[in-house]
Design a protein around this ligand. Structure first.
Ligand code: NAD
Ligand code: FE2
Length: 385
C-alpha cells in the first residue's frame, strides 16, 4: 500500500528559532507578510518584537490581530479582507491553533475565493498563499498539518477542513514562546498533543512513517507534561512538549485523528470548551470503548509511554493504559461536562446533532472500532455521568 506524506517545506526548531524568521522568508522569496494573531500577543509585546525583527531585515509587514479562540467563518473573513488590502504575498500565523488556523484558512480563501464551508471535508483544497506558522501553545501541531478547523457562524458547526492548501509552507517551532503558558492552557494543549499521537497510531490510516513519530510524541508527552504543568519554568519540559506537539501534528496530518477528535469538535462548537479540554474529557472513555478492536496497537502505546512493560500481555497493557489515562486526567484536573458547567437539558437535547456531526467529520471512520450514531450518543451520555 502507498502512504502519502505532506510536511512543511522548511522548518526551524529550537530555542530562539523565531529570530530566523527573516531568513526563512528570504529562503522562500517572500517579502510582504501579514502577521496574523490575537489580542493577547499585542498586549504581551510579541507582535511588536516580530515587527522589529522584520523591519531590521528590511521587511515591512502588516498586522491582523483579531483572531478569536475557535475561529469562525466571520473572523476568517475579516482576516481575508485585511490580507487583500495591501498586496501581501504571505501570512505568518503566530499563536495557538486558533491564530494559525485563521491564517491557513484565510490563505486559501483569499487565493481561491468561495465560502469556508466549500472547503470542509471531503473537499480537496489546492495550494493558496504561503503560510509561515509559529506556534505558541505546544498542542495543536497545526504548524505541521493539512488541517484547519473553522466554526460556521451560521450553523455553529465546527468544520474540519483538510487539504494541501492548509499545510504551512514553513514552521518555526520555538519553545521559548511557550514559557508563559498558565497551568490550564499547558494541560489542555498537552493532552491535545497526546490525543493526536495516540489517535494517529491506532488510526486505520497509520503507516510506517507516522508510527515512530506518533510513539515518540506520546512518550515525550507522558514524560514531560506533568512537569511542564507543575514547574512552568522547566525549560527542558517546555522544549520536549513543543517538539512532541510538532511530531503529533506530523503524525495525525498523515494518518488522521479518530473518534476522540470527531466527538470533541461538537462539544467545542456548542459549549466553547477549549479544544484540548474537550479531548481530555473524552480520552479515557473513548479509549476504553475502542481498545478491544486494536489491543496490540494500544498495548504498543502503553509500552512506549512506560505504562506497561514488555512482559505484560497486550490485554494487561491496555488495562494499564486506561487506568493511567484516568489518573492523568485527574492529576490535571480535567472536569466532566457537568462539572464544567454545561447545562444538562441542553446537552441531552443536543446529543443527536452532536453525534451526527461527529460522524460526518469523517474522523471516527478511522477509529479501530467504528461506532454507530447510537454508540456515539451513549459515549456522550457516559461522559456526563
Ligand atoms: N489545524 C489543526 O491541525 C488543529 C489541530 C488541533 C486543534 N486545532 C484547533 O486549534 C484551536 C485551539 O488551539 P489552541 O489549543 O492552541 O488554543 P488557542 O489558539 O485557541 O489559544 C487559547 C488562548 O491561549 C492564549 N495563548 C496562546 N499562546 C499562549 C502563550 N504562550 N501563553 C499564554 N497564552 C497563550 C491565546 O491568546 C488564547 O487566548 C481549536 O480551534 C482547535 O480546533 C487545529
Ligand atoms: Fe487536536
Amino acid at each position: 500500500m502507498t502512504s502519502s506524506l505532506h510536511l512543511p517545506s522548511v522548518s526551524r526548531i529550537g530555542g530562539n528559532s523565531l529570530s530566523e524568521l527573516p531568513t526563512v522568508l528570504a529562503e522562500l522569496s517572500l517579502t510582504r507578510p501579514l502577521l496574523v494573531s490575537d489580542p493577547f500577543f499585542v498586549a504581551n509585546g510579541l507582535l511588536d518584537r516580530i515587527t522589529r525583527c522584520l523591519h531590521s531585515a528590511g521587511i515591512s509587514n502588516g498586522t491582523f490581530s483579531d483572531c478569536v479562540p475557535d475561529p469562525t467563518t466571520d473572523s476568517v473573513k475579516a482576516c481575508v479582507q485585511a490580507f487583500k488590502q495591501s498586496g501581501y504575498d504571505c501570512l505568518i500565523g503566530v499563536g495557538g491553533g486558533s491564530s494559525m488556523d485563521t491564517a491557513k484558512a484565510a490563505a486559501v480563501q483569499a487565493f481561491h475565493g468561495g465560502a469556508m464551508r466549500d472547503y470542509k471535508v471531503p473537499a480537496t483544497v489546492p495550494r493558496g498563499y504561503p503560510v509561515i506558522a509559529i506556534p505558541t501553545t505546544a498542542g495543536t501541531g497545526s504548524e505541521a498539518t493539512r488541517a484547519t478547523v473553522i466554526t460556521d457562524t451560521e450553523t455553529q458547526e465546527k468544520m474540519l477542513c483538510m487539504g494541501l492548501g492548509f499545510l504551512p509552507t514553513a514552521a518555526i517551532v520555538d519553545f521559548e514562546l511557550t514559557m508563559q503558558k498558565p497551568f490550564r492552557l499547558t494541560a489542555d494543549t498537552g493532552i491535545d498533543t497526546l490525543c493526536h499521537a495516540l489517535e494517529a497510531y491506532v488510526s486505520r490510516k497509520a503507516n510506517a512513517f507516522t508510527d515512530p513519530i506518533a510513539l515518540a510524541s506520546m512518550r515525550s508527552v507522558w514524560q514531560h507534561l506533568p512537569q511542564a504543568c507543575h514547574e512552568p519554568e522547566n525549560r527542558a519540559a517546555r522544549e520536549a512538549m513543543m517538539l512532541a506537539a510538532y511530531q503529533g501534528g506530523m503524525a495525525f496530518s498523515n494518518a488522521s485523528v479518530t473518534l476522540i477528535h470527531g466527538m470533541s469538535r461538537p462539544i467545542g462548537a456548542l459549549y466553547h470548551v477549549p479544544h484540548g479540554l474537550s479531548n481530555a474529557m473524552l480520552l479515557p472513555t473513548v479509549t476504553e470503548f475502542s481498545v478491544s478492536a486494536a489491543e496490540p496497537r494500544y498495548a504498543d502505546c502503553a509500552r512506549a509511554m512506560g505504562i506497561a512493560t514488555a512482559t505484560d500481555t497486550d490485554r494487561a497493557a491496555c488495562h494499564r493504559l486506561i487506568d493511567a489515562l484516568h489518573q492523568l486526567c485527574s492529576e490535571l484536573q480535567v472536569p466532566n461536562p457537568r462539572a464544567y458547567g454545561i447545562d444538562q437539558q441542553h446537552f441531552e437535547a443536543s446529543l443527536q446533532t452532536m453525534a451526527e456531526q461527529a460522524l460526518a467529520s469523517g474522523s471516527p471512520a478511522n477509529n479501530p472500532r467504528v461506532p454507530t450514531v447510537q454508540e456515539v450518543i451513549g459515549l456522550y451520555q457516559s461522559l456526563w455521568y
